[in-house]
Design a protein around this ligand. Structure first.
Ligand SMILES: [Zn+2]
Length: 236
């Protein structure tokens, strides 16, 4: 996750630098492709490539780290929310298991926003400008499904978990509530830049795939062997 944020922020910051642009695109593509194939993150050589890409850009390191913490808190709170919902005996119909995910997201995001709003001075746990980091977390999964679909023509389906884009829309509905009132300018700016790169990535993957330029990164046989055909039940 932190590797993804680093590459996306760096790409967004130096978008007009052609070297950074192509390095970041390649890095995100390889990251997503490896997640598609192995269901896991990359090895040491990829980490070295990433460090070279960032080349000591302290601002990017800081942004990625801050957003990463907000995502960590969000995903821990999401898991705790499941336990809480079970604890109070809340029942969900089998036909709509996704409702439990939305509720867990809602509670988790409420906790994140409360922490962001109520902390004072220098004792900040989460930075205000990271308030949209949980959306980036959803976008990460969305790009992963997207890449898998474009490269391997697969269709991801998990009845337990609703699509990331639906979860993201619900998070936005929460963030827009009046009770969450704090300075969102920097956070919106950061996320705006992130989304530009997100769109760019999607366009480029599709374009390059259509032009046959991604043949050498495809590992269809290995992917099918490891993943099975659509039997992926991993949790988010
Ligand atoms: Zn869940």
């Amino acid at each position: 996750m932190i590797a993804f944020l680093l590459a996306m922020f760096k790409w967004s910051k130096d978008f007009d630098d052609l070297d950074v642009y192509s390095d970041c695109f390649r890095y995100v593509l390889f990251l997503m492709n490896d997640v598609c194939i192995f269901g896991e993150m990359q090895g040491q050589d990829a980490n070295d490539a990433l460090l070279q890409l960032i080349s000591g850009d302290v601002q990017i390191l800081q942004l990625a780290e801050d957003c990463y913490w907000t995502i960590v808190v969000f995903s821990l709170a999401h898991e705790l929310a499941h336990a809480y919902l079970a604890g109070i005996g809340k029942r969900y119909s089998r036909r709509h298991p996704e409702k439990e995910e939305f509720d867990a997201d809602m509670i988790a995001y409420h906790i994140v926003l409360k922490i962001i709003m109520e902390q004072e001075g220098n004792n900040r746990i989460l930075e205000k400008y990271t308030y949209l980091a949980p959306m980036m977390y959803m976008d990460f999964f969305d790009l992963y499904y997207y890449t898998d679909r474009v490269l391997y023509k697969s269709r991801f389906f998990d009845p337990q978990h609703p699509l990331p884009i639906e979860r993201k829309n619900r998070l936005f509905a929460i963030a827009n509530k009046d009770e969450y009132d704090f300075d969102t300018v920097d956070g919106n700016h950061l996320y705006g830049g992130f989304l530009d790169v997100y769109d760019e990535y999607r366009d480029q993957v599709l374009l390059k795939m259509e032009r046959g330029k991604l043949e050498q990164v495809l590992h269809t046989a290995r992917r099918n062997q490891i993943r099975g055909n659509g039997n992926d039940k991993r949790k988010q």
